[in-house]
Design a protein around this ligand. Sequence first.
Ligand SMILES: [Zn+2]
Length: 547
Amino acid sequence: MGIEPTWPAWKAGTLPLSYTRTEKNSKDWVRVVNAEHEFALSAGKCLAVANGEGVVRFPTPLLRKTGGCALNGAAWCVGSQGMNSLLLTGGRVIDPASNRDEVTDVWVKDGKIAAIGHDAANAAPRDVKRLDVEGQVVCPGLIDIHTHLREPGQSAKETIATGSAAAARGGFTTIVCMPNTSPAIDNSGTVALIHERAASQSSVNILVAGAITKNLAGEELAPIGSLKRAGVVAITDDGHCVQNNEVMRRALEYAKMFDLPLMDHCQDYALVSEGVMHEGYWSIALGLRGWPAAGEEMIVGRNILLAEATGARVHCQHISTAGSVSLLREARKRGIPISGEACPHHFTLTDAAIAGSERFWQADGAGLLTERQGIAMPGWPAYDTNFKMNPPLRSARDREAILEGVVDGTLEIVCSDHAPHCDYEKEVEFDYAPFGITGLETELTLSLMQLYHTKRMDLPALISRFTIHPARLLNLPKGTLEIGAEADITVIDPDREWTLEPGQTASKSRNCPFFGWPLRGKATATIVKGRVVWAEQFAAQPAAMAH
Ligand SMILES: [Zn+2]
């Protein structure tokens, strides 16, 4: 604190990335730094500006040009100066939307993709900021269409700010938040509230899914037309499921009229009743109430019939059973407008995990992880509530079917179902704990481990599940690196070995079963509209940054 950094150290710490940080010294001024300039601020005024060579200039024209600085007590912000041009060099550029897979450069200008190819470096200005991504993958920004941000109403679990920070760390440039907030997102006012908060507090794009029915109660349709006008990209009662088939039919007719995809959390209430884990061997052995596979398949079947009858697009959320996968596969073959998504926990874990780590590694977990030097195999007790989610972890056969569904495109989208809960809520008996786990920071990694490193899928196919497929479902002009597209980019190191520890998560909650796991593959930089919103160098080198 208060010690001036030497510029070489700065360069080592920040490289050519645009980022800001502050430091307050004893003279009560604040230093705000991004990749190119350092601003010294005091009482709302900018005292000086320095660049990388240590040249000090007095501000105004530069600051005006760059968006200026504001200092209000402890709060501050700095314009996105220097963020309008960036050259990513030497990465393997994979864009499934345009069938591109080659080692080359990408030039980003004014938030858009300006050039790709070996002439990109020539086209870019000589003093352009460079991000050397050799040996890494550069792909369209990842999209997660299923997250719970808990705002408004449950900000002890997560907020738009913390949820978006977790998304950025996970490599996601766009996330879609679910409407089961408090109040529910079933009217245009709440949609506007989220858009407004996202604009000021989120580092990634936040899109909103509106409710199908008022207060997600499954009885009366929400005002779907006004939700559409307010900007929702889909409707869903996620967390709940419309049980009345007539209400569902009307919802689909409205959704079709307004060209909105309808996403459904598939759960037959009567069949599932009070079930807390997959109904099978382990639910009996552990004495927990079962959530039968048919409870999901019944509604998937209903949705197929109604999609066929209405011609409306239905997307089945977090598919967990082998039966659902075969229903969807057969329906899609017949050309019915239906699709499905898979979550990494369903294609990584099984219900045996609820019997504790020892049983899991002996049974369904055998061969899942390769032991790594210095890292113990993860351990957890029986009845650990971080393995409780809805739909629940299923059998090994179901897990295999989900993997096959993602590979053959029956489940064309991978998503997190990021569902944060406070420690005190999860630290209760299994029966009483809320369903759900956080997932934004481990989603890409687990997908790489289970689908790419197992050689089930190549990288372009896997990346399409996070980019062009979700973009198409929601009619978004995203998920591609075409020239002129918004420069939402994710940089991935598919082979990076790492672990996620509870103290490192950006989420406000820690209900994640994958802490301490020997993980492989991760996002190393997340770029939204040409701006680096997160990059590994910063997280990995806190000492170099601290001074
Ligand atoms: Zn759900």
